[in-house]
Design a binder for this molecule. Structure first.
Ligand SMILES: [Zn+2]
Length: 129
């Protein structure tokens, strides 16, 4: 995938800091219930933590009790889906379509009409009112 927003790994590290770099660029996962947006339900938009592209509207956020911020849909066209077979599971990884930053995974057990549950690291996104 050829992303519009490109930087070297050194540039990303300098821009994001170690924690965000570990999640967004090295596909890390923050501890459950540790993220600042897990129980955050203000109105606004969640943007990519690496390149600032808008990814999720607060209207799609719901409390899944899974320990990470959860959304039932993304802003159309902003997400890339990648088959992930690590850790002995078949999952769908979601990354920012603009920069390739790792966001989390999407599952098809969501409680709303979309049937989707995007399970997203707080550190992968930045909230804007
Ligand atoms: Zn991005």
């Amino acid at each position: 995938m050829n992303y519009s927003e490109k930087k070297t790994e050194e540039e990303w590290k300098a821009k994001l800091g170690l924690e965000r770099y570990r999640i967004l660029r090295q596909k890390g996962t923050e501890f459950p219930n540790s993220g600042e947006y897990n129980m955050h339900f203000e109105k606004g938009t969640y943007c990519c933590g690496a390149c600032d592209e808008p990814l999720f509207e607060s209207s799609s956020k719901f409390n899944s009790s899974c320990g990470w911020p959860s959304f039932d849909e993304s802003i159309p066209g902003k997400i890339e889906y990648i088959k992930d077979t690590t850790h002995g599971m078949i999952r769908t990884e979601v990354v920012c379509a603009n920069c390739g930053g790792h966001l989390g995974h999407v599952f098809d057990d969501g409680p709303s009409e979309t049937g989707q549950r995007y399970c997203i690291n707080s550190l992968s996104v930045a909230f804007n009112k």
